[in-house]
Design a protein around this ligand. Structure first.
Ligand code: ADP
Ligand code: MG
Length: 344
């Protein structure tokens, strides 16, 4: 339609609104994976299994052992702006769950064939909801939830065209789970593709769990070539591991930063980290690190970006300094500080 053509102003139909909104949240199969794993973790899952076909373009199934969804709330879960996680502005400002926008399931449902299968704690059986027809029928399942997403973007061919090869999409899906897995050594993950187990990260309870999970996900050499970070600056705590200068990489693929358990790609954090390596890293070498920040949730706004990968800090200078000092202190510490060098 030419921009000059006069057309009456009309409200868009519901489905089109969801499809437009989906553009912000669902870019590719990995975005679906991230949202569904977020939901599983918010539901208190201890074990999360992903089954993918065609790199996630044909099937993404995420199975959890969380608390489940009440049968009479299944349909509501697929509605836009429907959430159990916040109910007012105060709760938004102190939100600790991964989700709170109530958008993901609605968005995914509008660009795929979605089935929601769930059994709530205390219920005798599960129920399955067909996202397209709205039909609900009884089903068999242990307590927990399975979300099955088939034929992503089947109804939006323009989007579908942007998908890369199955193996590229699969790699992005695995990366999305990897980001979650690093933050939660207390949760077990398994990823199947085309019926084959491609990744499995077992639960590591206790204090050494994080280090073991880092070794499982990023490799033994990441742990061996890094120093433990433990920094406390009042309302801001940073733990994790700082890669030694020798362990720097050509690509920034081992840079993981978390704020209250949420993976972020934040300019302030990345710049703070970069500046800690200023004197020890030269050229275009990329430091390796995994940093887990705990900050009073009222001092960080996570409602900046639909995917929540960017956040806004009330005091970004303090965050920048804390990250920088946390890493500098670790890098300056004698090698014996490296936990993996210590006798068990
Ligand atoms: P949000 O996570 O922002 O609340 P979603 O659209 O992702 O929005 O999910 C909507 C609601 O559906 C959630 O608030 C939650 O109550 C429920 N839900 C979604 N996935 C699960 C799950 N795996 N287990 C239990 N409840 C879930
Ligand atoms: Mg969610």
């Amino acid at each position: 339609t030419p921009a000059s053509a006069r057309r009456p102003i009309r409200e868009l139909p519901d489905e089109l609104i969801s499809q437009i909104a989906a553009g912000e949240v669902v870019e590719r199969p990995a975005s679906v994976v991230r949202e569904l794993v977020d939901n599983a973790m918010d539901a208190g899952a201890r074990s999360i299994t992903l089954r993918l076909m065609g790199g996630g373009t044909r099937l993404i199934s995420v199975e959890d052992d969380g608390g489940g969804i009440a049968p009479d709330e299944l349909a509501t879960a697929l509605k836009r702006h429907a959430t159990s996680k916040i109910g007012n502005l105060d709760e938004l400002e102190s939100v600790m769950t991964m989700g709170f926008r109530g958008e993901a399931l609605a968005a995914i449902n509008s660009v795929s064939e979605l089935t929601l299968l769930s059994r709530m704690d205390g219920q005798p059986n599960a129920f399955a909801l067909d996202g397209r027809t709205g039909e609900i029928c009884p089903a068999a399942r242990a307590v927990g939830t399975t979300v099955e997403v088939k034929e992503l973007f089947f109804s939006t061919p323009a989007r579908r065209k942007f998908l890369k090869s199955d193996s590229t999409e699969l790699a992005h899906c695995i990366e999305a789970v990897r980001r979650h897995a690093l933050a939660r050594p207390d949760v077990g993950f398994a990823i199947w593709h085309e019926g084959k187990l491609v990744e499995q990260w077992r639960v590591h309870p206790g204090a050494a769990g994080l280090e073991q999970r880092l070794a499982d996900v990023l490799g033994e050499e990441f742990v061996a070539q890094s120093i433990a970070v433990a920094y406390n600056a009042g309302p801001l705590k940073v733990i994790g591991r700082a890669g030694l200068p020798d362990a720097a990489r050509s690509r920034p693929d081992h840079q993981f930063a978390y704020v209250n358990g949420r993976f972020v790609r934040d300019k302030v954090v990345m710049h703070g980290a970069r500046s800690a390596y200023e004197d020890v890293l030269h050229g275009h070498k990329q430091p390796a690190y995994a940093l887990f920040m705990e900050i009073d949730p009222t001092l960080v706004d996570v409602n900046v970006h639909p995917t929540k990968i960017e956040v806004r800090f009330r005091d970004s200078r303090a965050v920048h300094q804390a990250v920088r000092h946390a890493l500098e202190n670790a890098l300056a510490a004698p090698r014996s500080q490296n936990l993996s060098d210590m006798p068990p």
